[in-house]
Design a protein around this ligand. Structure first.
Ligand SMILES: [Zn+2]
Length: 434
């Protein structure tokens, strides 16, 4: 926690409502040009005031005037061991797992490598403006311990759990039902609700768990409704066909999880590209969320998620990088890809809806909006300071932008981690541009 009281001066942007997907007007958008953001000694946001009301000497003042200050981004689906396979050539999902991902994940059986990898991963998130994440480590208990330890050392909000996979995975990457249950129970006991850590029952995806293992996860979920669930669903067409063969009794891929008791309001399903109307209705009814991963979906050729269709069905949607399937940890680059994916379907995605999806909407879907996702007083001060422009092209674009949405949209499309100046986690600076 920060020992001193901090005041950050800049242009404050966050959300107080839910902008419609194509909305460029300001309903639900809170933009406070040239304000002080006040952060108390507990690392919580105390409030905000116009630049001319200068905080007194009891506050350490940091002047970022002419810069943008946003809540830290929330990446709702990302894999900590996969930094090493980011940008690997030439495969779709199932080959990609066998060729690149599974071999890389084996390394995390080694506690020292898992610790180093987790530290590198979380520092990289902070250096991209992401302060909270829902993370897949590997099947190894030690990989989850290492991740939670590294998150605790940085004060970050992390939701994670050891991967469950007891079939269709190579040697060194499989568990079994009893061993996995023991590991889960130990990890839940050790980490769930400790500091800012929360445990997610982590099913890799339906093909790599036996029905008995899914049932075990369902029993743990039923025993503690505060546990999260994270998994993949309906990412790729070959995967969907395989699931239909493996689980002939299920109505759909999503239904495999529903039947196991894994579809609930704390479930985070990555992708959800190949769902039907009944699936969307089930997601809505359960209050579960889809983590939209546009960079990954484009890179692996998985398909085009239709955010509008999901929104019309009342499904909660957040945004995620899915690194290493995604090619950047930058949520800004990911949102730019998200815009383009919607454009291919003839849809619009405003900067407001996109940035809301990466902040407040994710926090709400995770039931953490009293802690993260906005600059509201009382929230923990997970905040990032950004340059409006890096380089002459972006600078010129900012100069000629008319109106706030045009400016923020161009910023979102033209920016990445090079724009990031500082990252604060609970009021403590955890990244500073060198
Ligand atoms: Zn993934």
């Amino acid at each position: 926690m920060s020992a001193t009281r901090l005041a950050l001066r800049g242009d404050l942007l966050d959300f107080t409502g839910t902008p419609a997907l194509a909305q460029t007007g300001l309903e639900g958008v809170r933009y406070r040009a040239d304000h002080w953001l006040l952060i108390d000694e507990r690392g919580r946001i105390a409030g905000a005031q116009p630049a001319e009301q200068v905080p007194d000497a009891g506050w350490q003042r940091i002047d970022h005037r002419g810069r943008l200050i946003l809540p830290g981004f929330i990446d709702t689906h990302v894999h900590s061991p996969q930094l090493e396979v980011i940008a690997s050539y030439g495969t779709e999902l199932l080959d990609w797992l066998d060729t690149y991902t599974f071999p890389a994940e084996r390394a995390f059986a080694d506690p020292a490598l898992a610790r180093a990898g987790s530290a590198r991963f979380l520092d990289a998130l902070l250096a991209h403006g992401t302060t909270a994440a829902v993370v897949f480590p590997t099947v190894h208990k030690t990989s989850a311990d290492a991740l939670f330890e590294a998150a605790s050392a940085r004060g970050m909000r992390v939701i994670a759990g050891k991967c469950l996979m007891d079939r269709h995975a190579p040697d060194g990457l499989r568990d079994d039902v009893d061993g996995a249950e023991r590991d889960c129970r130990e990890l839940i006991e050790r980490w769930h609700g400790r500091g800012r850590n929360a445990y997610a029952l982590t099913v890799r995806f339906a093909p790599t768990s036996t029905p008995a293992q899914l049932a075990m996860a369902g029993r743990l979920a039923a025993a503690d409704p505060t546990l999260y669930l994270q998994t993949h669903v309906a990412e790729n067409r070959a995967e969907v066909r395989w699931v239909a063969e493996l689980f002939p009794a299920a109505r759909s891929y999503l239904d495999v999880y529903a039947r196991a008791g894994l579809l609930h309001r704390r479930s985070v399903f990555a992708h959800g590209i190949w769902l039907d109307e009944a699936d969307r209705a089930a997601l809505h009814e359960a209050g579960a969320q889809i983590a939209f991963c546009p960079s990954s979906n484009l890179f692996l050729g998985s398909g085009l998620f239709d955010w509008h269709e999901a929104a019309e069905a009342g499904v909660r949607v957040s945004v995620a990088t899915d690194v290493g399937g995604g090619t950047s940890l930058s949520m800004l680059r990911t949102l730019a890809d998200g815009y383009k994916v919607q454009a291919l379907a003839g849809r619009k995605l405003s900067a407001w809806a996109a940035l809301h999806g990466a902040t407040l909407a994710a926090a709400q879907a995770l039931e953490l909006d009293d802690e993260i996702g906005s600059l509201e007083a009382g929230r923990l001060a997970d905040v990032c300071v950004w340059d409006w422009a890096v380089g002459p092209v972006a600078a010129r674009r900012m100069d000629v932008a008319r109106g706030l949405h045009e400016r923020v949209f161009a910023w979102m499309l033209l920016s990445d981690e090079r724009n990031l100046v500082e990252t604060y986690v609970a009021g403590t600076r955890r990244f500073e541009r060198g």
